[in-house]
Structure formats: structure tokens, C-alpha cells
Design a protein around this ligand. Sequence first.
Ligand SMILES: [Fe+2]
Length: 209
Amino acid sequence: MTIELPDLGYAYDALEPVISQKTLRTHYEKHHRGYVERVNALVRGTGLAGGPLETIVLRSAERRAAEPAMTAIFNNAAQAWNHAFYWRSLRPAGGSGAQGALAARVAADFGSTAGFAEAYKSAATGHFGSGWAWLVAEGGTLKIVTTGNAETPIARKQVPLLVIDVWEHAYYLDYQERRAAYVAAVVDQLLDWRFAARNFEQAAGARAA
Ligand SMILES: [Fe+2]
């Protein structure tokens, strides 16, 4: 099985004005596609070829300490996975906040929806260098975590609910160095809380199983 570039799920201009068509097209067609193509090339002949992307991420994460070739596979596979998750974390006219059981969990762990938004923006803006800012579920509670470069919570047994890409390629054309403005606009206007709720339900179901 060859890893495929997944559909974006919306038009290139659907996230404007927060994320421009130019940024979205380049980010998806150049950056994301590049990670997908490189992971397909790198796994040939390694024993990881043919598996689903998530399995390649997890197996290369386990093996990279002992096998130097696994580092490049992990970096490209995790970046392919993280980007697919990022596109699904966004939607036009999003940012409305959690509903239902997830809203109760957000209130329990962050005080309020506003408290979560403030903490998430602060973490995403303050992350040093390239990486990702995540809302994850771990052991029944929600946490905000950031990861550097290609690192991903699925290799840490955390269940991601949402992510924001804070690599400069995600915002530099639109915001230059103003990462805080990009992060605030994404949190307030684009986060897809229905996607987060589905991930939260799956995390709760997996713990109950
Ligand atoms: Fe990216």
C-alpha cells in the first residue's frame, strides 16, 4: 500500500482570510505532498513498506534509537500524519468552542472555554522553533502539549484532539513573524470542535474497552 496524499476536505480559499489561498495551496501541494512522497521512497525495502501511515510512524519511532535510517522515515511519516491531522483540525467558520461532554471536560481541565483558548494560544505562540501545538487526551484528562519538528503525540500514547502547525511555512506568507496573530485567528475562527469531539469520543471508548 502506497501512502496517499489525503484530500484537503475544502477549497484552497475556504479558510480565508485567516489562511490565504496561496499559503494553503503551497502548504498542502508542496510541503504535505513532499512528506508523503519522501516517506514512500524511504520505506522501500525496510519492512515498513505497505503498512498504514500510523504504523510507519509508530514503528519508526520505536526503532530510530537503534537504526539511524529510521530517523528520516519517522520525520517524513510523522510530518505526513501531522499535516493530515492539521487539515482536519480546521474548518471554515470554526472556532466556536467545544460542545457537550467535551465542553464539560474542557471546563474541568482549563476552567472555561476562554481559559483553554488563552492557554492554547500561549503554548502555540511560545513554542520555540518549528513544531506543533496540540490538544490531547491522556488518561482521561485533556492537556495542551507542543512538539518540536516532526514529533507527534501518537508516538507518546497520547490521543490528539486538535493541532495547530506552528512551522513558519504555515503562516509566514500571511503573517510574517507574527505567529501570535496567526495562532489567535486559527483558535478563534478555524478550529473544528466537531472533529475534536469525535476524537474525544474515540479516546473515551478506547479507555472503556
Ligand atoms: Fe506544515
